[in-house]
Ligand binder design. Structure first.
Ligand SMILES: *[C@@H]1O[C@H](CO)[C@@H](O)[C@H](O)[C@H]1NC(C)=O
Ligand SMILES: *[C@@H]1O[C@H](CO)[C@@H](O)[C@H](O)[C@H]1NC(C)=O
Length: 988
C-alpha cells in the first residue's frame, strides 16, 4: 500500500516540484531585480525581466531545456548597483554566474555556496567588501573564480586548496592580507593565478612548485619577501611570471631557463634580487620581455641573450651589472645585435665601465629606444651610431664620453629624443640637428660644447625641450629660438651668451620653464615676456640686464619661481606682481632697485634675503637688513588721496573705454558685413527643411544621436560626404523655442576651440534646427559608461582641460560673462581627435555688466547643480565652477552624482572628501589604474590632487569657490607633473 501510493504520488511530486522550481527561480531573479537600485541598463532589466514571460527568455538568463532550470546568469557590464540577495543560492542548477563590471556591493552572501554545480563565478570589478565566506571553498566544481577588483579583505584561507578543479583564480586588486596559504599547492589544475595589488606578505610558499599546470602567475605589488621558490622554475607550462614591486630577495637559479621552454614574460623589477643573470635564461627561447630593473643583480650581462630571437624588451637598469673586461668594448651589446626583434634596450645606471663598440650600428631596425646613461662609458661615440636610422630615443647621459657628437647622426631621421648631457663632448653643436624632423627632446647640457647656437634651431618646430645649459656657447641668442611655438622647456643657463633678449616671443606661449641665467645678456627685460602665461619657472639671474622690471610680468599668472637676481635692474618692483598667486620664490637681490617692496599677495611670505643688496628698497614689513620705509604716515595719507584720484580716473576711463569698445565692435561688425570672409559666407549659408530631412533620412531613429529636454540631435549626411549634427528643437514645449533662440544667439557670438560650432540654422515658424559641427567620438558620458570605450588618465585630464578652457573663456574671455548652467558628461562632446567641446547652450545665461548673479527658474540637471542654484535659483559663474567640480569627480571615479549609492547624508562630494587624501585608491575609477601598472603611486597622487581641486570647486559658499582661471592653471600643472612622470622609462 505504501509503495503503491508512493508510485501514485511520484509523478505529482515531480510535477509539483518542477513547477515550483520555475516559480522559485523566477522569484529569485525578481528578488535580484528588486535589489538593483539603479544603473545605466537598469531599465533594460526592468522591461525585459517581465513576470509574464518565461525566465528562460529573459536577458542574460540561460536555461538547460528540458527541464527549464537556470544554468547560467550573465548580467555583466550593466553598471548595476545592488547588493546580492541570499536567495541567489536557490538557483541550484546554476553552472555559471557572471556579475562582472557592475557596482554590486556589500558582503558576498554565504548562500552562494549552495550552488553545487557552479563552475564559473565572475565578480570582477564590483565593490564587494568583507571576507570570502569559508563555505565558498566547498564549491568543488568551481573552475573559474574571479574576484579581482573589489574591496575584499582578510586572509586567503588554507581551504582554497579544496577547490580541486580550479583552473583560474583572479584575486588581484583587493585588500587581501596575510601570507599566501600553502594550501594553494593542492590546486593541481590551476593555470592562472593572479593576486597582485593586495597587501600580501611573507614568503611565496614552496608548494607553488607543485602547480604543474600553471601558465601565468602574477603576484606583483604586494610585500612578499624571501626567495622565489626554486621549484617554480621547473613548471614547464609557465608563460608569464610577474612579481614586480615586492621585497623578493635571493638569486635566480643558474639553471632557470632549462625547464621553462614556454616562458614569454619575466617581470621581476623593483625587488631585492642579487647574484648573476644566469646564462641559461636564454634557454627559454620564447622570451619576449625581460624586465629585471631596480634589483641588486651583479656580474656581466650574459652574451647568450643574443640567442633570443623573439626578445622585444630588455630592461636591466638600476642594478650592479658590469662589463666582462673593464674599460674595453661592451661586447654584450654586440651579442644583442643578433636579436632581430629587439625594440627597447635599457641598461642605464649599472657600473659597466666600457666603450661603445662600432657594432652598435648593427642593431636591427626594430630598435626604438637605447638607453645607456650613468654607466661610466668612456671613449667616443662611434660613427656607426648613425646606422640606427629608426631609433627614436638615444640616451647616453651622465657618462665620460669624449670627442665630438658624430656628424653621422644626420642619418637618424626618426630621432625624437637625444640626451647626451653630462659628458665630455666637445666641438660645436652640429648643424644637422636642425634637419631632424621629429626631434622633440634635445639635451646636451653640462658638456664642453662651444661656439654659436645655430640660427636654424628655429626650424626644429618639433622641439619640446632644449637643454644646452652649462656649456661654452658664446653667440647671441638666435631670434628664431623664440619661434619654437611648442617648446615647453628652454635651459641655456651657464654659457657665455650675449646681446639682447628678443621682444619677439609671440610664438612661445606654452613654455613652462625658461632658464637664461648666468650669461652675458645686456638688454632690458622685454615687455613682451608678460604674454608667456604658462611659464612657471623663469630665471634671468646673473646677467647684465638693465632698466626696470616690466609691469607686464604681473600677467605671467602661472609663475611659481621668478629669479632676476644679480643684474643691474633699477626702478621699483611693480605692484602688479602681487597678482602672481602661485609665486613662491622671488629673488631680486643684487640689483639697483628702489622703492617699497610690495607687501600684498605672495609677497607676504618672502624672506628678506631675496631683496638684499639693492640701492634703495624699503619695506613696510619688518624685514631685518632691509630698511623700513620712512615717512610711513605721510605716505599712507598720500596713498589714500591717490586711491581716490585713481578710482575717479578709472571710472572715467571705464566709461570712455566702454564707449570706445562698443564703437569699435559696431565698426568691426559693419566692416565684417561689408567684407565677409569666405568662412562667414559658409556660416551664413542656410539649409532648407527639405535638405535637412533628406540628410537625416527623414529624421530617422537610426540617425538619432541623442535627445534632451528640449531638442533631439540627428546625424546629417550630405552628398559631399560631410557630416553635421542637426539639433531639432521641440516647439511643442514652450522652452524649446526659447532654447533655440538662446542657443542660436550664444553660439553665433562665441568662438572657442572647445565650444561646438554652429554651422548654420534652419528656422521657420514650425521647425527650428541648428546645424552643428558633428563630434564623431560622442560624449564624455559614452566614454565613461559604455562598454568597450575607455579613456586613460591623460585623455581624461586633457578632456577636462578642454572643458576648463571653454569655461574660462565663457566666464572671463567674453565682454559679458556667459554662464553655461548645465554642465554634465553628456554635454561634453569629443571630436575625431578626442578634443573636448562643450555643447548645449539651451539654458545659458548672460550676465550684464552690473549683475554678477541673476535669479532664474531652475532647469539644470540634478546632481551637477550648485546648492545656491537649486535652493534659490541664483546663477553666477560659481555655479558652473561647482558643476565642473562634480564633473571632475565623476570623470575620475566613474560614479554619477545621482548614483544610488548617494542620498541622504552621503553625496559624491562627501564620499570623496572622506577618502582624501589617503584612501584615494578606494574611490578612483578602478578601470583607470590596474595591477602591475607603472607609476601607480604617482598616478594616484595625480588623481588625489585632481580630487582636491574638485573639492575646492564645490565648496558650499559660491564666493569661496575658485574661478576658472585658477582651476585651469592648477589642472595644467597637474598634467605637467604626470607627463614628467609618465615620460620616464619604467615601462616597455
Ligand atoms: C641551453 O642552451 C644552450 C645554448 O643554446 C645549449 O647548448 C644547451 O644544451 C641548452 N640547455 C638545455 C638544458 O636545454
Ligand atoms: C654604418 O656606419 C659606418 C660608419 O659611419 C659606415 O661606414 C657604414 O657604411 C654604415 N653601414 C651601413 C650599412 O649603413
Amino acid at each position: 500500500m505504501a509503495i503503491a501510493s508512493w508510485l501514485f504520488l511520484a509523478p505529482l511530486i515531480m510535477c509539483w516540484s518542477t513547477s515550483f522550481a520555475i516559480t522559485s527561480e523566477q522569484s529569485t531573479l525578481l528578488a535580484l531585480k528588486s535589489h538593483i537600485i539603479k544603473g545605466n541598463s537598469h531599465h533594460i532589466l526592468a522591461q525585459n525581466w517581465s513576470e509574464t514571460a518565461s525566465i528562460c527568455t529573459w536577458m542574460g538568463v540561460t536555461c538547460a531545456s528540458p527541464p527549464d532550470r537556470v544554468t547560467a546568469l550573465n548580467i555583466s557590464n550593466m553598471e548595476l548597483t545592488a547588493t546580492l540577495p541570499s536567495l541567489l543560492g536557490n538557483l541550484s542548477s546554476l553552472v555559471s554566474l557572471d556579475l562582472s563590471n557592475n557596482n554590486f556591493y556589500g558582503d558576498l552572501p554565504e548562500d552562494l555556496s549552495n550552488l553545487p554545480r557552479l563552475r564559473a563565478l565572475n565578480l570582477y570589478n564590483n565593490s564587494f567588501t568583507g571576507f570570502i565566506p569559508l563555505s565558498f571553498f566547498n564549491l568543488s566544481n568551481l573552475q573559474t573564480l574571479i574576484v579581482a577588483s573589489n574591496l575584499l579583505r582578510g586572509n586567503i584561507p588554507q581551504q582554497i586548496g579544496n577547490l580541486s578543479n580550479l583552473k583560474e583564480f583572479y584575486g588581484g586588486v583587493n585588500r587581501f592580507s596575510g601570507s599566501i596559504p600553502t594550501g594553494i599547492g593542492r590546486l593541481r589544475m590551476l593555470q592562472y593565478l593572479y593576486l597582485g595589488s593586495n597587501m600580501l606578505q611573507g614568503p611565496i610558499p614552496e608548494e607553488i612548485s607543485t602547480l604543474e599546470n600553471l601558465q601565468e602567475i602574477g603576484l606583483s605589488n604586494n610585500s612578499l619577501s624571501g626567495p622565489i621558490p626554486v621549484g617554480m622554475f621547473n613548471i614547464s607550462t609557465l608563460r608569464i611570471i610577474s612579481m614586480i614591486m615586492n621585497n623578493l630577495s635571493g638569486t635566480l637559479p643558474s639553471t632557470m631557463g632549462h625547464n621553462l621552454p614556454n616562458l614569454e614574460y619575466l617581470s621581476l623589477y623593483m625587488n631585492n634580487l642579487s647574484g648573476r643573470i644566469p646564462d641559461s635564461i636564454s634557454n627559454s627561447t620564447k622570451l619576449f620581455q625581460i624586465t629585471l630593473q631596480r634589483n641588486k643583480l651583479s656580474g656581466s650581462i650574459p652574451h647568450s641573450l643574443g640567442n633570443l630571437k623573439l626578445l622585444d624588451c630588455l630592461h636591466l637598469f638600476g642594478n650592479q651589472l658590469t662589463n666582462d673586461a673593464p674599460d674595453q668594448d661592451l661586447t654584450f651589446l654586440t651579442s644583442l645585435t643578433n636579436c632581430p626583434k629587439l625594440r627597447d634596450l635599457i641598461v642605464s645606471y649599472n657600473p659597466l665601465r666600457g666603450r661603445l663598440p662600432p657594432s652598435i650600428g648593427n642593431f636591427s631596425t626594430s630598435l626604438r629606444r637605447l638607453y645607456i646613461s650613468g654607466c661610466m662609458l668612456i671613449g667616443e661615440i662611434p660613427d656607426h651610431i648613425g646606422n640606427l636610422t629608426d631609433l627614436n630615443n638615444l640616451d647616453l647621459t651622465d657618462n665620460d664620453l669624449s670627442g665630438f657628437v658624430p656628424t653621422t647622426i644626420r642619418g637618424m631621421l626618426r630621432l625624437q629624443g637625444l640626451s647626451l648631457s653630462k659628458n665630455k663632448l666637445q666641438g660645436p653643436l652640429p648643424d644637422n640637428l636642425c634637419d631632424m624632423p621629429e626631434l622633440s627632446h634635445l639635451k646636451l647640457g653640462q658638456t664642453l660644447i662651444s661656439g654659436p647656437i645655430p640660427n636654424c634651431i628655429g626650424n626644429v618646430t618639433s622641439l619640446r625641450m632644449l637643454h644646452l645649459n652649462s656649456n661654452r656657447l658664446n653667440s647671441t641668442l638666435p631670434w628664431s629660438i623664440w619661434s619654437l611655438k611648442d617648446l615647453l622647456e628652454l635651459d641655456l643657463s651657464s654659457n657665455s651668451l650675449i646681446g639682447n633678449l628678443s621682444q619677439q616671443i609671440e610664438d612661445m606661449k606654452v613654455a613652462t620653464y625658461i632658464n637664461l641665467s648666468k650669461n652675458g645678456f645686456t638688454s632690458t627685460i622685454p615687455d613682451a615676456y608678460g604674454s608667456m602665461n604658462n611659464l612657471m619657472i623663469f630665471s634671468l639671474a646673473s646677467n647684465e640686464l638693465q632698466g626696470s622690471i616690466p609691469q607686464s610680468l604681473g600677467k605671467m599668472i602661472s609663475l611659481v619661481s621668478l629669479d632676476l637676481s644679480d643684474n643691474a635692474l633699477s626702478g621699483e618692483i611693480p605692484r602688479a606682481l602681487e597678482n602672481l598667486q602661485f609665486l613662491t620664490y622671488f629673488n631680486v637681490s643684487f640689483n639697483k632697485l628702489c622703492g617699497e617692496i610690495p607687501s600684498g599677495g605672495p609677497f607676504k611670505n618672502f624672506s628678506y634675503s631675496l631683496f638684499a643688496s639693492n640701492e634703495g628698497l624699503c619695506s613696510a614689513l619688518d624685514f631685518p637688513c632691509v630698511d623700513r620705509c620712512k615717512n610711513k604716515k605721510k605716505k599712507n595719507g598720500r596713498r589714500i588721496r591717490f586711491v581716490v584720484i585713481v578710482s575717479v580716473t578709472v571710472g572715467a576711463l571705464l566709461i570712455t573705454s566702454f564707449s570706445v569698445l562698443s564703437w569699435t565692435t559696431r565698426r568691426r561688425r559693419r566692416r565684417a558685413s561689408e567684407l565677409p570672409s569666405s568662412h562667414d559666407i559658409k556660416v551664413m549659408e542656410r539649409f532648407s527643411y527639405q535638405e535637412l530631412k533628406q540628410a537625416t533620412d527623414d529624421f530617422s531613429e537610426g540617425n538619432l544621436l541623442g535627445s534632451g529636454s528640449f531638442a533631439s540631435v540627428y546625424l546629417a549626411n550630405f552628398d559631399d560626404g560631410i557630416h553635421f549634427a542637426v539639433k531639432v528643437f521641440d516647439l511643442v514645449r514652450e522652452y524649446g523655442c526659447r532654447s533655440f533662440e538662446r542657443e542660436c544667439y550664444m553660439l553665433s557670438k562665441l568662438r572657442h576651440r572647445n565650444l561646438t560650432k554652429v554651422i548654420s540654422a534652419c528656422s521657420n515658424h514650425d521647425f527650428k534646427a541648428l546645424l552643428l559641427e558633428y563630434m564623431q567620438n560622442g560624449s564624455l558620458e559614452d566614454w565613461l559608461y559604455c562598454d568597450g570605450l575607455f579613456l586613460d588618465i591623460m585623455q581624461r585630464i586633457n578632456v577636462m582641460i578642454d572643458v576648463a578652457s571653454a569655461l574660462e573663456y565663457l566666464h572671463h574671455g567674453c565682454v559679458k560673462p556667459v554662464i553655461h548652467c548645465d554642465l554634465k558628461p553628456s554635454n561634453v562632446l569629443l571630436d575625431k581627435d578626442m578634443v573636448g567641446h562643450i555643447t548645449d547652450f539651451g539654458i545659458t545665461k548672460l550676465l550684464g555688466e552690473e549683475d554678477s548673479v541673476v535669479h532664474t527658474q531652475t532647469l539644470a540637471t540634478l546632481g551637477y547643480m550648485a546648492p545656491e542654484y537649486g535652493n534659490e535659483g541664483v546663477v553666477s559663474s560659481a555655479c558652473d565652477v561647482y558643476s565642473y567640480g562634480i564633473l571632475l569627480m565623476e570623470t575620475f571615479t566613474r560614479k554619477q552624482p545621482t548614483d544610488d549609492m548617494f542620498g541622504g547624508e552621503l553625496s559624491l562630494r562627501s564620499w570623496i572628501d572622506a577618502m582624501l587624501p589617503n584612501a584615494v585608491n578606494q574611490i578612483v575609477d578602478s578601470t583607470l589604474m590596474r595591477e602591475e601598472e607603472e607609476h601607480y603611486t604617482e598616478k594616484m597622487q595625480c588623481v588625489s590632487s585632481i580630487f582636491a581641486l574638485a573639492m575646492a570647486c564645490t565648496v558650499q559658499s559660491p564666493k569661496d569657490r575658485m574661478n576658472m582661471k585658477y582651476v585651469l592653471t592648477a589642472l595644467e600643472k597637474i598634467k605637467l607633473r604626470i607627463i614628467s612622470t609618465l615620460g620616464s622609462i619604467e615601462g616597455c
